[in-house]
Design a protein around this ligand. Structure first.
Ligand code: MN
Length: 266
């Protein structure tokens, strides 16, 4: 199909040139995926999601003299991973709600990075408020439809399992979104989804909110996405970066581990 539209043919080549020259950079927002990668710790009445197990099939030996490969076993929601709308009951009947049916155009979008690191350092249960989002917009501009909203909390500096999950006698303590904020981002801004540094897109205490897990409930009920366990958000500007996040094409998949990268100005 030539000549039916008039995009600038040099745009993609310019992108590569800018990456090569260093005018643009690739930021890897993905945490390493291995047997020690921390997964969410649900209360004992619920079925747990297993972390990664790696089993060697062959390694240049009599099982395969010239090749090396492994079998992987894990939950779909392990490490840096994508939450599809079908993950939550509120999104179960939506069209194109699973990893194989989401239109791939949605795997790329602009990033709005909201830095709450100082707040979270004071209060691990910090919740992003609508007021805070509007204050961010006052400084950086309105969040556009189809944007990823990335909550830069500093949480990825917590590398040990105990510090990352931060579970006390009364459950987990980690930051997230006030329920009004999730609704605002969906209804007033029509975002693509939210990304977080923590193990899930709801706050650690969100099982006790009304409704429980309001970010999952609201985002996935509206066909929006989530990404968790992001790293290196401190290397992104508040606006101007583009995130590429394409989950595995698992048939009917509720999510998958993925490599999340951003293209950002230097
Ligand atoms: Mn998940």
């Amino acid at each position: 199909m030539q000549g039916s539209y008039s995009f600038q043919p040099n745009v993609l080549m310019q992108l590569l040139d800018d990456l090569d020259s260093g005018a643009l950079k690739i930021v890897d927002l993905t945490t390493p995926l291995g047997p020690d990668t921390v997964v969410i710790d649900l209360p004992p009445q619920f079925a747990p999601s297993p972390g990664l197990t790696v089993t060697e099939i062959a390694r240049y030996d009599d099982r395969g003299p010239a090749w090396y490969w492994n079998t992987l076993t894990m939950g779909e929601h392990t490490g840096t991973h994508f939450d599809a709308p079908i993950h939550w009951v509120t999104g179960k009947d939506l069209p194109n709600n699973a990893t194989d049916t989401i239109p791939p155009r949605k795997f790329i979008g602009p990033a709005c990075v909201i830095d709450v690191t100082a707040d979270v350092a004071q209060n691990p249960d910090f919740l992003l408020s609508v007021e805070r989002v509007k204050a961010w917009e006052g400084e950086h501009g309105r969040i556009s439809a189809g944007a990823w909203v990335l909550l830069r909390s500093g949480w990825s500096a917590r590398t040990s399992r105990d510090a990352f999950l931060n579970v006390g006698a009364d459950g987990a303590h980690s930051p997230g979104f006030h329920q009004d904020t999730s609704a605002f981002l969906v209804n007033e801004r029509d975002i693509l989804g939210v990304g977080v540094e923590t193990v899930g897109t709801d706050a650690g205490q969100a099982g006790g909110f009304t409704p429980p897990f309001p970010n999952h409930t609201t985002m996935h009920g509206a066909g929006k996405f989530g990404i968790t366990s992001l790293v290196n958000l401190d290397q992104l500007p508040p606006t101007g970066a583009v995130v590429i996040a394409a989950p595995l094409k698992i048939i009917g998949g509720s999510g998958s581990p993925l490599r999340v990268i951003a293209i950002a100005p230097v």
